[in-house]
Design a protein around this ligand. Structure first.
Ligand code: TRP
Length: 363
C-alpha cells in the first residue's frame, strides 16, 4: 500500500517555533526521507472559518503567511503538494456524507473540541460548523487516503474520530477508505512548547511567541527575556528545571553537536541540567546557548523566506497548482465514495440496464 501523509494548519496567524518543533520540522524530514509516496500539506482555511466566520479577512491575510512559513521551513513544492482546503469542494461533499455516520453524542465527547468550545465562550452560541469540524477533518484525511498524519497530541481525538468514520463507512458500504495512523512529536517539549513567558500556550494575544518570521534580533531579545526559575536568584543557587522555559526549549531544539560547537565544557544537555540543578550555572549563559541553537536552526529559514518574498505571485501559483492537483485526487476518492453509497446513477450502466429490463413490456 502507498504511504501517504496529510496534515495541515489553520491560517489564523503566522507559524511559530511551537508549530515548528510540533510538526513542521518533522514534515520536512519526512518529505526529504523519500519514504512517502505522496505528501499533502493543507492550509485549513475552511476549518479556521468555523470559529472565525465573522473575520474572513484575517484568514485571507494569513494564507500567504502560512505558505511562506511552509516554504521557508523547507517544504518543497516539487516534493509536497501544498494546497488550500476551501478550494477543494469535494471535501465539503465528503463531510456531508460522513456526517450521517457520526452521532451528536459522539461529537460531544471530543475532549479537544470540548475545551475549545469553553475557551471561545461558545457554550451558548456554538456554530454547527465548529461542532462538526472533526468530521470535516476526517474528510481532509480520507480524501487523500492518508496513511500517516503528523500532528500534535491535541489532534489525537480528530484522528480517532477519523478512524471510526473509516471503519463505519467501510463496514456499511464498501472498503473504500483508509484508516490513518497518527504520528506524534518526538518528545513532550516538542508536543507542548510553552510561550516565552512560561505560560502553557503560545498565543499572539499574550505576545509570548517566537515566530519563524522573526528577525535575528527579535529572537535574541525574546530568548534573553525568557521565563526561567524565579527561585534561581544567585548564580550559586540550585536551579529547577520543572517549568523552566529555557530548558524546555533546549529539550525541543538542542542536539549533541550544539554542545561541541557552542558550549564545549558540557558533553550534552544532561550535564548542563545537572550543573544547573546543583547550582553555579547562571541563566544568562544558558540563554545565550539557547539563542545560538535557535539562531542556527532558523538561519536557513530566513534565507529561503527572503527568496520567496521576492516573488509573491509565484507563491500563489504554488498554492494554485497544489490545489488543482489535490482536487483531482479528492475527486477520485469522492467518486469511489459515491459508488459505494449507491449514489452514482449516471455512470452505472448496470443500474440503467436493470431498470430498463424492469420496465420492458410495461405499457
Ligand atoms: N485541526 C488542525 C489544527 O488545528 C488543522 C487540520 C485541519 C488538520 N485538517 C487537518 C490537521 C487534517 C491534520 C489533518 O492544527
Amino acid at each position: 500500500m502507498s504511504k501517504i501523509i496529510l496534515t495541515g494548519d489553520r491560517p489564523t496567524g503566522r507559524l511559530h517555533v511551537g508549530h515548528y518543533v510540533g510538526s513542521l520540522r518533522r514534515r520536512v524530514e519526512l518529505q526529504n526521507s523519500g519514504e512517502f509516496d505522496k505528501i499533502y500539506i493543507m492550509i485549513a482555511d475552511a476549518q479556521a472559518l468555523t470559529d472565525n466566520f465573522d473575520n474572513p479577512e484575517k484568514i485571507r491575510q494569513n494564507i500567504i503567511e502560512v505558505a511562506l512559513d511552509y516554504l521557508s521551513a523547507g517544504l518543497d513544492p516539487s516534493k509536497s503538494t501544498l494546497f488550500i482546503q476551501s478550494q477543494i469542494s469535494e471535501l465539503t461533499e465528503l463531510t456531508f456524507f460522513y456526517s450521517d455516520l457520526v452521532t451528536v453524542s459522539r461529537l460531544e465527547r471530543n475532549p479537544t473540541v470540548k475545551s475549545e468550545i469553553q475557551m471561545r465562550g461558545f457554550e451558548r452560541s456554538l456554530p454547527v460548523g465548529f461542532f462538526t469540524y472533526p468530521i470535516s477533518q476526517a474528510a481532509d484525511i480520507t480524501a487523500f487516503k492518508a496513511t500517516t498524519v503528523p500532528v500534535g497530541e491535541d489532534q489525537l481525538p480528530m484522528i480517532e474520530q477519523t478512524r471510526e468514520i473509516v471503519r463505519k463507512f467501510n463496514a456499511t458500504y464498501d472498503e473504500v477508505l483508509v484508516e490513518p495512523e497518527v504520528m506524534l512529536p518526538e518528545n513532550e517539549a516538542c508536543n507542548r512548547l510553552p510561550g516565552t513567558d512560561g505560560k502553557a500556550k503560545m498565543s499572539k494575544s499574550l505576545g509570548n511567541c517566537i515566530y519563524l518570521a522573526d528577525t535575528e534580533e527579535d529572537v535574541r531579545k525574546k530568548i534573553m527575556g525568557m521565563y526561567t526559575d524565579p527561585t534561581h536568584i544567585q548564580v550559586s543557587d540550585p536551579g529547577h528545571l520543572e517549568g523552566n522555559t529555557v530548558f524546555t526549549y533546549l529539550d525541543a531544539f538542542s542536539k549533541p553537536e550544539h554542545f561541541e560547537e557552542y558550549l564545549p565544557e558540557y558533553a550534552n544537555l544532561q550535564e548542563l541540567k545537572d550543573h544547573y540543578t546543583r547550582g553555579g550555572l547562571g541563566d544568562v549563559k544558558v540563554k545565550k546557548f539557547l539563542n545560538n541553537v535557535i539562531q542556527e536552526e532558523l538561519a536557513p529559514l530566513r534565507i529561503r523566506r527572503k527568496e520567496y518574498e521576492k516573488d509573491i505571485p509565484a507563491v500563489y501559483d504554488i498554492l494554485k497548482a497544489g490545489s488543482d492537483a489535490a482536487r483531482e485526487v479528492a475527486a477520485q476518492t469522492l467518486s469511489e465514495v459515491k459508488a459505494a453509497m449507491r449514489i452514482n446513477y449516471f455512470d452505472d450502466l448496470d443500474l440503467i440496464h436493470a431498470q430498463t429490463e424492469k420496465y420492458k413490456g410495461i405499457e
